[in-house]
Design a binder for this molecule. Sequence first.
Ligand code: AOF
Ligand code: ZN
Length: 364
Amino acid sequence: MAWRSIDYFMMAQALHQAKLGQNNTSPNPSVGCVLTQNDQILSMGHTQAAGGAHAEVMALRAAGSAAQGATAYVTLEPCSHFGKTPPCANALIAAGVTRVVAALLDPNPLVSGQGLQRLAQHGIVVEHGLMAAEALMHHQGFFSRMIRRRPWLRCKVAASLDGQIALSNGQSKWITGPAARADVQRVRARSCAMITGISTILHDDPQLNVRDFSVERQPIKVILDSQMRTPISAKILQQGSVLIVAAQETERRFALEAVGAEVILCPDQSGARIDLPALCAVLAARGCNEVTLEAGGTLVGAFFAAGLIDELWLYQAPVLLGQGQAMAQFSLGELSEKQIPTHIARRMVGNDQRMILRFTDPVT
Ligand code: AOF
Ligand code: ZN
């Protein structure tokens, strides 16, 4: 397909729209839509919070009758099914749109190609694949959940130059600076769930919530706590939306449930530890597209060893901590087994370096 530069420009606007919704549409993907007439923007829209209007409907509402004969640029194929809302394909047809350019086909089996097919059956010119790689980066969580049945898993680590996340005595506040911590708040805001371990709860008493700015949706807080040792006084329990994942039944379940936590069992074969792949499947089944792990070296190491970390967000402070706790504890028999990212992006955030290291290729 030979797209014109104006097509790229419009799809970039649609992607920008899509990003506006990224903190609150889950389990729905946050899609962006731009309607144009004679290469001029008529209107734009993005997906509303779950159950609300889709991107196309928002843009169509804003354009009104001017949508007759328009082109629609969408980051994801318009839907063709009756879900919580009626099909966007029908709305585009009814409005008289004559051309639809989608970056990606919708991996949802209820849609997957049928949206574009319906549009084409009504004489609408349909194209797809424009800026697909960029759109995939944005829609990665939704694609991961739909195709792999597990969320896109990001691991956030704040470490020193020498890769330590805490001193030997456990002290870890604060290795990175305020700009990096503010950046982490944005990462939490777009996460459907935050995962941590019982050791982090006992040592740091974190809240794992978004508090620098207001959000419509706080992430679910998931505590991997094999023996249900989370203290009732833990700050995280005051926030609500806490899921405690244990390996064995204990009588502490009742006290934890009494303060509002949900407790589930997800044991591995040994019965003593948590089955990490099964936990990821549980989170996907609950509609989690993107999940962030903020934990100590033992749990991070276990997730790495299980091959479940798609992306490492490493905030590296320009300090040396010497003897301390390593960011990921796992052991390799051979150097050839070392974990190698396929893509690295770096930038400075305040005085700290942020590296985004991807270990998984985009899921399509
Ligand atoms: C679109 N435009 O903006 C989005 C789409 O239950 P519903 O009606 O909200 O439908 C959810 C499904 O719609 C979701 O799984 C995905 O396949 C698609 N998302 N489609 O046409 C949008 N967010
Ligand atoms: Zn739709």
